[in-house]
Design a binder for this molecule. Structure first.
Ligand SMILES: NC(=O)C1=CN([C@@H]2O[C@H](COP(=O)(O)OP(=O)(O)OC[C@H]3O[C@@H](n4cnc5c(N)ncnc54)[C@H](O)[C@@H]3O)[C@@H](O)[C@H]2O)[C@@H](O)CC1
Ligand SMILES: [K+]
Length: 491
């Protein structure tokens, strides 16, 4: 099963792996034509109802694969209004190949000549709201005809994620819109691409899943698609893109500052640091952009839990651990803090060891390296696939998301697993882990824990690769921070 949102991410990852959209559309169209061939013999009449997006583009390709059939490609809209370049190219290819096309803008001009097969390629996953005209009328005509109806990817008017009509937030199958009942194509067959869609199972149609050549690696590994949707809403206000509290420092002062600055560069609006008073000035000295809150004394200990919880309450995410040290007081603090905190937290460094034993309502993203993973009671292996399986089962056991750092990072929430290949040996320098924890913290303020961990690993490694390209093995952790804004751009 794959959601529309994940499908878009995987599509972008496939393009980054050298399998561009145009190739996917070619395979999709080919798969649609195969379905038509299975339904009707050559000579049969096939009416392709095409929208202006890529769903329609799939049908333009299908028409090319249907030589020997009496094909009509009917575009709902003007050719100039075809939305994507790839669909436009495939439309133009029809003309060049002398395959008959028609374009209809007015619903009143729509009529179907009693075809044997109708291909519904009006709307796919890019639909917004209930069907408009002329799609609405075309859907009615398709439903009234005796033809076998083959839907491309998803029947037009159906939400691929819910199975309900498009434009209904509940997706419950209830009619929507201004009083009228929701029109949708009642397909006999659906050719859907790459993987099953959650909304198709409940439909009264035969569903074929077509392999369109998206490599498994596009799902297995992080890629640029994992950043889609993490961009800033242009209308947002200060604080809406994430408020992060870093709790750490004491024996080390650089670590909490690195995490905090990283969170800012990865997109958080406000980042606060709670650290011992004795080092507050030093931490502040690293950057005027940080809001530093001192906790009495020179080490964080259990006496600070109340104050830390108070500070945490105003933030979306806590990053716990950078520079905290492994003293008894610090460990006790981490244990008690987590047992009383119920929000979302990234747990790193010396705070990691308390995770397996602590009883917490918090949602944690733990970022251990292999050694810390073993310290937590987890297992590791040389083979990356085996290691990923072990990370998954350990994440399931502890009930939190794990991001296990290595040459290939492994991320799992106990269910899904994602691997990250960005990064380089130059990043073994001190502080890069603090940068990662901060970046994941910033992302966890705007998306779910698993997505934040995967995207954080990806951007951190990407920033490291950009730094290594310039500085080789001379890179330092702050070089990554400087390159995070570019790495986190989602276009
Ligand atoms: N990785 C992928 O996601 C792939 C997608 N492919 C195809 O691309 C489709 C998605 O393409 P698009 O994102 O271009 O979207 P669609 O082709 O689903 O439709 C988008 C366009 O339809 C119009 N529209 C939107 N809502 C409407 C409504 N309620 N009534 C009437 N018109 C409306 C708008 O002009 C919009 O731009 C998939 O369903 C699939 O068929 C395939 O080509 C292969 C790979
Ligand atoms: K469709």
């Amino acid at each position: 099963m794959i959601t529309s949102e994940r499908m878009a991410a995987v599509d972008a990852n496939a393009a980054a792996l050298g399998v561009p959209r145009k190739q996917l559309m070619e395979s999709s169209g080919n798969a649609v034509a195969r379905e038509v061939r299975a339904l009707a013999d050559p000579g049969a009449s096939v009416e392709l109802l095409c929208g202006r997006g890529n769903n329609g583009g799939d049908a333009f390709v299908a028409a090319r694969f249907l030589s020997g059939y009496d094909v009509t490609v009917r575009l709902l809209g003007r050719p100039e209004s075809i939305r994507t370049e790839i669909a436009r190219e495939n439309w133009a290819a029809l003309g060049a190949a002398e395959i008959p096309t028609e374009s209809v803008t007015d619903a009143a001009d729509l009529a179907l000549d009693d075809p044997d097969v109708i291909v519904d390629a009006m709307l796919g996953t890019g639909v917004a709201g209930a069907l408009r005209e002329p799609e609405r009328t075309a859907a009615r005509l398709a439903n009234e005809s005796d033809a076998a109806v083959v839907a491309v990817d998803v029947p037009s008017g159906i939400d691929a994620d819910t199975g309900g009509p498009t434009g209904s937030s509940a997706g419950s199958g209830e009619p929507t819109g201004s009083g009228g009942s929701a029109v949708r194509v009642e397909a006999d067959r659906v050719v859907t691409f790459h993987d099953e869609k959650p909304g198709l199972a409940a439909l009264d149609a035969d569903v074929t899943v077509a392999d369109i050549g998206i490599p498994a690696a596009a799902e297995r590994f992080t890629g640029p698609g994992d950043l889609l949707g993490l961009g800033r809403d242009p209308d947002s206000h200060k604080g809406e893109n994430g408020e992060v509290l870093v709790i750490g420092g004491g024996p080390y002062t650089g670590a909490p500052a690195l995490s905090a600055r990283s969170a800012l560069r990865a997109g958080a609006d406000l980042v606060r640091v709670a650290c011992p008073e004795a080092v507050a000035e030093t931490v502040q000295g690293y950057s005027a952009d940080l809001i530093v809150r001192g906790l009495s004394g020179d080490r964080i200990g259990p006496e600070h839990v109340d104050r830390a919880l108070e500070l945490a309450a105003g933030n979306d995410v806590v990053v716990l651990g950078p520079g905290l040290g492994d003293g008894d007081g610090a460990t006790e603090f981490a244990r008690e803090f987590l047992s009383r905190y119920a929000g979302r937290a990234v747990v790193d460094a010396d705070a990691l060891r308390v995770v397996p034993e602590v009883d917490t309502d918090a949602e944690l993203i733990c970022t251990p390296h292999q050694g810390e993973l073993v310290g937590m009671g987890g297992e590791t292996a040389d083979d990356p696939e085996e290691r990923a399986a072990l990370v998954r089962s350990f994440a399931d056991e502890v009930g939190h998301t794990l991001l296990v750092k290595g040459a290939v990072d492994a991320v799992s929430d106990g269910d899904a697993v994602r691997l990250n290949r960005t990064g380089n040996p130059g990043m073994t320098v001190g502080g890069t882990g603090d940068v990662l924890a901060g970046a994941v913290g910033a992302l966890a303020a705007v998306t779910d824990a698993f997505h934040a961990a995967a995207a954080g690993a990806y951007v951190n490694g990407l920033a490291g690769d950009a730094a290594a390209a310039e500085l080789g093995n001379g890179l330092v952790a702050t070089d990554l921070i400087d390159r995070l804004p570019e790495a986190t751009r989602d276009e």
